[in-house]
Design a protein around this ligand. Structure first.
Ligand code: ADP
Ligand code: MG
Length: 701
């Protein structure tokens, strides 16, 4: 048995060393450096917390409307009420009539005149000295008081070890040339300043984190990040990955390939079975990816292209290349439905070419799962499609050469690292291709994704029609159904998407069934189908097949059709309770229409009342179908964390830098990182250790 004491509240927050405490910087400050008379406080304290003092002349406990303590203090200039809704006997004693107290808070007009509610109270004599510096307020957790953190930080700042660990070691030649101003203090000074800014400090810039002391800290943090990204970049180039050059036909000496000759490779075979020609953009990105695959170090590339731009076929081509070389390829998607769509498509494309396609998802029966795992392990399966199940315990690949991660931002950094560790050989890393419809904003591309190459499909396949989007109140449902009738009467098809109910899958299903029944009744001349997540795969496939062949004219669906469905004759989509969907979801859904020759329409039906955010979202969606604009809006709403898949990897986030606010610092840090690496390589490790400690691993993903 070990005899460990339980961690203290400080340790639980990771504040377990002088360095950790020193870098635990205040989130704001309280100003206890000034003292005002009560008369002044009454005027100034309406908007700001303010400090004043006086003698208690009255103290009483009221019981109505609820138990509370009312205290009145007085000085030569006036009187001020203090109100406490929760209080301890000790506080009552501290504020007994006749005692002198100093209080800090905001002044408001109460029932009985000007008062402070729950001010900070200290019992001190009238001439007690004022604090010389601003009082820091630290990020804290429940059960950890500011007093405890302040004491711990003060103690840590005195710790002799800090002299060493915060010492300035960036060469003056570097800082003087690269930093835009010489006003930024050295790190140790900056940190001391931020913990205890003097009374006359510029509080605005401290709060906004634009003060020179903050700038210095932010610069150093970004520098550490840039260095580790550049390192990751170099490390990747030293790693080995199988080289997948394009296979060339052995007797391919004539320029014009004989149409009748058998394809020489699966890659060529695939290009032949595709029912379409690659667009210019697809050809270009495939060349970029093909070049990466023929390198001897692992590819780390993002394929970005709007919904419907045709990313899947590029993934298939890359897979074909790997399989041509005797390796396995895997495609991982974040949801079962998306993965299944890929599976169906890949079967259609690859099985005629004699490639064994395997399917692995969490919902498989134990026996089927074991079978799939076996085929993956012994190499029978050449192309493997699945969900997160691909990176769960029991899967090990025989020879994984390529991993494709669709909708990469919906996976965490950890999971992206995970699939690289499944290659089955310790000598090799697999190539990684990530795909996303969401563009990466420049600031993110320069920081977290600095070791990621990006290819963009900036052209939709031919024949796509612009989509008209209408926003309609749910109260006009009957009118919408009337319009739907007219639409179907023209021989066209349509989707009716039922609302997302995040709290309950059962409820979601129920509303879908209700809409299905109502629409079946309202449209007796047409066949209405229903598809939802609870259907078995075969059932789902059967409904989708009937919709494809126009046996079903109206498809009522839950969000299962978000992805992968492709029926050109269905050019109308009604989305119920559109206010419950996010930007990306509607954008994805809407991408299902606009693929045929008919003009396409998307109707966003909403129930009132609309929140401001929902209103803005629907408006934006009505005005634009541009994935880039929509992604930008989405990002400004959610922040970069979600794009990074950082929910699972909060550790990897920058602590003191805000990418939007501090974007201009990134380039500075990039330059500094380059110089440090080339001119002072010996200092690099020390800088990383200071800033990242154990967190460097994440930045390699
Ligand atoms: P996404 O980029 O959203 O994953 P998909 O790969 O699902 O898009 O492609 C959308 C649709 O466009 C699919 O039906 C696909 O078969 C079709 N498609 C892809 N490339 C082309 C092309 N070059 N010409 C015509 N249709 C294409
Ligand atoms: Mg896709």
């Amino acid at each position: 048995m070990t005899n460990k004491r339980p961690p203290t509240a400080l340790e639980k927050m990771g504040l377990n060393s002088p360095m950790a405490l020193a870098l635990h910087l205040p989130s704001r400050y309280e100003d206890e450096t000034e003292l005002f008379t009560i008369e002044e406080a009454l005027g100034l304290g309406q908007f700001n917390a303010i400090q004043t003092q006086g003698v208690v002349i009255r103290s009483q406990v009221l019981f109505r409307p609820r138990r509370q303590l009312l205290v009145t203090i007085e000085d030569d200039t006036g009187a001020l009420g203090l109100r406490f809704l929760n209080f301890y006997p000790s506080q009552q004693k501290q504020m007994a009539v006749g005692s002198h107290i100093r209080v800090r808070g905001e002044v408001r007009d109460g029932f009985l005149g000007a008062e402070m509610v729950h001010p900070i109270v200290r019992a001190v004599t009238a001439d007690a000295p004022l604090s010389a510096s601003l009082t820091p307020v630290y990020p804290a957790s429940a059960g950890l008081s500011q007093t405890i953190i302040r004491k711990a930080v003060l103690k840590a700042l005195q710790d002799p070890s800090l002299k060493e660990s915060l010492a300035e070691f960036l060469p003056a030649s570097l800082t003087s040339e690269i930093l835009p101003t010489q006003d930024w203090p050295p790190l140790q000074e900056a940190i001391a300043y931020l913990h205890q800014p003097p009374a006359d400090a510029n509080t605005q810039s401290l709060l906004e984190r634009t003060h020179p002391a903050w700038r210095r800290v932010q610069f150093e943090e970004l520098l550490a990040q840039q260095i580790s990204l550049k390192r990751a970049h170099a490390i990747r180039r030293e790693r080995r990955a199988p080289c997948f050059k394009k296979l060339v036909a052995i007797c391919n000496d004539e320029k014009n390939n004989d149409e009748a000759s058998a394809p020489t490779s699966i890659e060529e075979g695939l290009l032949k079975v595709l029912p379409f020609e690659l667009t210019g953009a697809q050809t270009r990105v495939w060349r970029e990816i093909g070049d990466d695959l023929s390198n001897t170090f692992p590819m780390n590339r993002l394929l970005q292209g709007d919904v419907g731009s045709g990313k899947t076929v590029i993934a298939a081509l890359a897979a074909a290349r790997a399989i041509d070389h005797g390796y396995q390829a895997a495609i991982m998607a974040p949801t079962e439905i998306l993965a299944e769509q890929h599976y169906l498509k890949m079967q259609e494309w690859f099985e005629p070419l004699g490639v064994k396609v395997a399917w692995l998802s969490g919902s498989l029966k134990a026996k089927e799962k074991r079978l799939a795992q076996e085929m993956i392990e012994n190499g029978v399966a050449q192309l493997i499609i699945g969900t997160h199940a691909l990176i769960q315990d029991k899967v090990s690949f025989s020879r994984l050469g390529l991993a494709v991660i669709d909708e990469q931002h919906r996976f965490g950094v950890r999971q992206r690292l995970e699939i690289q560790q499944r290659v089955g050989s310790e000598l090799f890393y697999c190539h990684q291709l990530m795909m996303s419809a969401t563009p990466i904003p420049r600031t993110l591309a320069m920081t977290y994704y600095a070791d990621l190459d990006v290819s963009v499909i900036d052209e939709l396949p031919p024949g796509r029609k612009p989509i008209t989007t209408k926003v309609v109140k749910a109260a006009r449902r009957d009118e919408v159904i009337g319009g739907l009738h007219a639409w179907l009467a023209k021989g066209l098809q349509a989707y009716w998407v039922c609302p997302l109910i995040e709290e309950s899958e059962v409820l979601q299903l129920q509303t879908a069934v209700e809409s299905f029944e109502q629409l079946t009744q309202a449209l007796p001349h047409f066949k209405v189908g229903l598809v939802h997540g609870r259907l078995k795969s075969e059932e789902k496939a059967a409904v989708m097949a009937s919709f494809k062949t126009n046996e079903i004219q109206l498809l009522v669906a839950t969000t299962v059709i978000e992805v992968g469905v492709d029926v050109p004759n269905a050019a109308l989509m009604v989305i119920e309770h559109a206010e419950r969907f996010g930007y990306a979801q509607i954008h994805q859904l809407r991408g299902r229409v606009g693929r045929g020759s008919a003009d396409s329409v998307c109707i966003l039906m909403y129930a009132e009342p609309l929140s401001m955010a929902a209103k803005e979202r629907l408006q934006t969606l009505r005005e634009t179908t541009d994935g880039f604009v929509i992604a930008e809006r989405d990002l400004s709403l959610r922040g970069p964390g979600e794009l990074l898949g950082a929910k699972q990897s909060g550790d990897a986030m920058l602590r003191f830098v805000d990418l939007q606010r501090d974007a201009w610092l990134i380039e500075l840090a990039q330059t500094a990182a380059d110089r440090l690496l080339s001119e002072h390589a010996d200092l690099v490790g020390r800088h990383l250790e200071r800033w990242l400690g154990s967190r460097t691993e994440f930045l390699k993903a």
